[in-house]
Design a protein around this ligand. Structure first.
Ligand SMILES: Cc1ncc(COP(=O)(O)O)c(C=O)c1O
Length: 442
């Protein structure tokens, strides 16, 4: 500590930043100091149009009054209440409000503090559920190549992103992966759900045959994979996964950390695709990204299976100090009020086709090899610079930031997910900004 006492407040070295090229960043820092609605203000006083809702989370736009006010009030009234064996009214009120917007069949909610924790929670519920049902041999978890389920050990084990896995040893045992569904050679430049690849779901049958259903607890997938560059499920794919899971008594978990809370124009992707999972994992848009919080939805069948034994006994040995934190609950209630008052959970449906047309107008820009979109999500895939993967997209990100647009890149893919309050004029502005970046020397 002593050697930091003379550090200036703006010394950047102490903070080891997450998922960041730290050395590049600290040479050329990019800081946001304020935000309102669709815009950030940078440290050098520029306005940046938010094309990514922060990190896929600020669905209602920035610094929205109902959310800020709810947090302020709650902080002055009840700051913290122990989460175990005690409660506070807003945790129960929020759970009921969440069930109201959730797909039919989702009847109970467990709280967490992030998407990663929501994933771990759901995986643990799945294992424990089979155990309490007398099927303790069901311990295998099945994920998918190119899946992202956060950064904790369960999540990276079922996840399928090599860089997120390769440094961390053997991970969870007993995990297998389905193939991803990205078929650019057949589906490039598709609007909405691709035609080809629905049959890839039958690979799950092969995995079940290999391990035997009696060893498999759950399958976890993102209905639309975000972090690996927006992989939209081919027609019929999710329906087929549901059929196979049902046939073999395997739980189906949808990781809706990015698709939850209106991203596709329905409250949840499960409603958009009309597929009923057994659990839904959420975070991000639950509090508009303002306070860390996640929620896992489960069916009555799962919940009720635990509700036996002596009544004074804890039914599920899991939870966090901050599960259902009062300020987080207040933020979530303010967020749900904002979504309701402004119709934001379905606004994506009204804008989806305008958004899709605008995105696809970039088709003839240099380096573009694919464009895909669904709801208010879009991806522009660029041809990599030979021998220097990711560099072209990163250069596009830096140029976009300099010209006043926040985009996100993963590999050589630009991923877009603007706040659901975006106007058509702002869509045009964002897409024109990106066009200029693509036409520049990247
Ligand atoms: C599908 C999915 N699952 C889980 C996570 C992890 O969420 P968090 O960063 O809040 O832990 C993310 C984050 O982007 C995600 O996209």
């Amino acid at each position: 500590m002593s050697n930091r006492l003379n550090a200036t407040p703006n010394d950047l070295s102490a903070f080891w930043m997450p998922f960041t090229a730290n050395r590049q960043y600290k040479k050329e820092p990019r800081m946001f100091v304020k935000a309102k609605d669709m815009h950030y203000t940078t440290h050098d006083g520029r306005q940046v149009l938010d094309g990514t809702a922060g990190l896929w989370c600020v669905n209602a736009g920035h610094c929205r009054p109902l959310i800020t006010e709810a947090i302020r009030e709650q902080a002055g009234e009840l700051d913290y209440a122990p989460a175990f064996q005690l409660g506070h009214p807003k945790a129960f009120e929020l759970a009921n409000r969440l069930i109201d917007i959730a797909p039919d069949g989702m009847e109970h909610v467990l709280y967490t503090n992030s998407g990663s924790e929501s994933v771990e929670t759901a995986l643990k519920v799945a294992l424990a559920y089979h155990k309490v049902k007398g099927q303790g041999s069901r311990t295998r978890l099945i994920g998918r190549e190119r899946g992202y389920h956060g950064v904790n050990f369960g999540g990276i084990s079922v996840g399928g992103i090599v860089s997120n896995r390769k440094m961390f040893g053997t991970l969870l045992t007993g995990v297998d992966h389905m193939p991803h569904t990205h078929l650019p050679e057949k589906n490039a430049f598709t609007k909405g759900e691709p035609e080809h690849g629905g049959d890839i779901a039958s690979e799950l049958e092969r995995i079940v045959t290999l391990h035997d259903a009696s060893t498999i607890a759950a399958v976890i997938v993102e209905p639309v994979a975000g972090s690996t560059g927006v992989l939209i499920p081919p027609k019929g794919y999710l329906q087929k996964l549901r059929e196979i899971c049902t046939k073999h008594g395997i739980l189906l978990i949808f990781d809706e950390v990015i698709t939850g809370y209106g991203r596709l124009g329905t409250p949840f992707a499960a409603q958009y695709f009309d597929v009923k999972p057994d659990m839904i994992v959420t975070a991000k848009g639950l509090t508009n990204g303002v306070i860390p919080m996640g929620a896992v939805f489960v069916t009555a069948e799962i919940h009720d299976a635990f509700m036996s034994g002596p009544e004074h006994m804890i039914e599920f040995f899991h939870g966090y100090t901050y599960s259902g934190n009062p300020i987080a609950c207040a933020a979530a209630l303010g967020t749900l009020d904002t979504y309701r008052d402004e119709g934001l959970l379905t606004r994506g449906a009204e804008l989806a086709s305008y958004w899709g047309d605008a995105l696809h107008s970039l088709r003839d820009c240099p380096h573009v090899i694919d464009i895909r979109n669904i709801g208010l999500i879009g991806a522009i895939e660029l041809a990599p610079i030979a021998g220097e993967p990711t560099k072209r997209a990163f250069s596009a990100f830096l140029k976009a930031y300099e010209s006043g647009y926040l985009i996100r890149t993963t590999g050589d893919i630009i991923a877009l997910s603007p706040p659901l309050i975006i106007t058509k004029a702002e869509i045009d502005e964002l897409i024109d900004g990106i066009r200029k970046v693509l036409q520049s020397n990247i």
